[in-house]
Write a protein that binds this ligand. Structure first.
Ligand code: TXA
Ligand code: MG
Length: 324
């Protein structure tokens, strides 16, 4: 693979020039950082898969800057999809829509739907407006690892493999977009994410949730094990915490607003939101996982978050990150 002297900067023109040459660059979004390439260029897509070490069966999300752009790439927009687009785009919403031939098969892993969204980040929206093509962008992490929420996370893991990272500061949402598809009249959620079920239901009525990879060949990337730190992470099973305590392990904890008591002095505890705000907790989740993963701990213990709002997406990520 080609080697680069990776630069971090906020120069949209530099990012644009590289993308026009078919290179891939790190880009900020409001959810997590993406690894972007020309979505209409199969070779650029191949580079994305190779930099991420991502299997080809896992399709990519296409990023555009407007609803009229989306119309260029999709064959039909169901009424409820249009409603959701009008309410939540730009935002943390990805829609699965029938694709036009213009979108290469490698982007969709051969599926006839394309995942498409408009990211709510000023730098990336500007970049998309200046480019004559949309950007395919998975999260900018090696396949299976924790998604990046600052430019330095991207640099730490992909330096040398990409020429440029567009630095747009810390992401404001902190978990990936919610993926929504349409089956007949039903609105189906395939990945819990930064736009909550409650918000979607307020606009589109009752939704179905189908986030289980085994029963859900429609979102092949939703593997059961994902977002995983190298240190074993245990999620919401108090008896496993007790066992780690009894074995005098160095425990890292991911808590909501209250620390766990009775741990030894080698403990490192992170409260995702001392004020008990689920949005703040989501924003801090992935950085906390990275922090604990590199703190010399034996085990990470994460509590279960309230099963509402962004708490659902947080629990989903922690469950996928946990050891089975
Ligand atoms: O917030 C986000 O969505 C971020 C930022 C960078 O936009 N992107 C992101 O991409 O999370 P990625 O590649 O890490 O996750 C994309 C998910 C995968 O689970 C993939 O299987 C699913 O979207 N997906 C993509 N295209 C699809 C399609 N045509 N049909 C079904 N699922 C699709
Ligand atoms: Mg990802």
């Amino acid at each position: 693979m080609q080697q680069f002297n990776t630069i971090i900067g906020n120069d949209i023109q530099a990012a644009k020039a590289l993308l026009q040459k078919g290179e891939v660059v790190g880009i900020p979004t409001e959810t997590v950082y993406g690894l972007a390439g020309n979505a209409l260029n199969g070779d650029a897509a191949l580079k994305i898969f190779s930099v991420k070490n991502r299997p080809y069966f896992d399709p990519l999300i296409v990023h555009t800057h407007s609803i009229s752009e989306i119309e260029k790439y999709v064959a039909e927009i169901p009424d409820k999809a249009r409603l959701l687009m009008q309410h939540f785009m730009p935002g943390a919403l990805t829609l699965l829509l029938k694709k036009k031939d213009l979108i290469p098969d490698i982007i969709t892993s051969g599926l006839d739907t394309v995942a498409i969204r408009i990211p709510a980040h000023p730098l990336t929206l500007q970049l998309l407006k200046e480019l004559p093509f949309p950007l395919a962008a998975p999260s900018a992490n090696p396949f299976g690892y924790i998604s990046p929420t600052i430019a330095a996370h991207v640099y730490d893991q992909l330096k040398g493999k990409i020429p440029y990272i567009l630095d747009g500061g810390a992401t404001t949402v902190g978990v990936e977009s919610t993926i929504v598809g349409f089956e007949g009249d039903d609105v189906v959620i395939y990945r819990l994410g930064g736009l909550t079920i409650e918000e979607i239901e307020r606009v589109a009525g009752k939704v179905k949730v189908n986030i289980n990879a085994a029963s859900n060949p429609k979102t092949p990337g939703m593997l059961k094990s994902h977002y995983a730190p190298a240190v074993p992470l245990v999620f919401g099973e108090p008896e496993l915490l007790e066992a780690a305590k009894a074995a005098n392990k160095a425990i890292g904890t991911i808590c909501f607003d209250t620390a766990i008591t009775g741990l030894n002095s080698r403990t490192k505890q992170i409260l995702l939101s001392p004020n008990g705000d689920l949005n703040e907790a989501a924003k801090n989740l992935f950085a906390a996982m990275r922090n604990l993963d590199t703190s010399g701990l034996d085990i990470i213990y994460a509590v279960r978050f309230p099963d509402e709002g962004l708490g659902r997406a947080i629990n989903d990520r922690l469950k996928r990150a946990s050891v089975k």
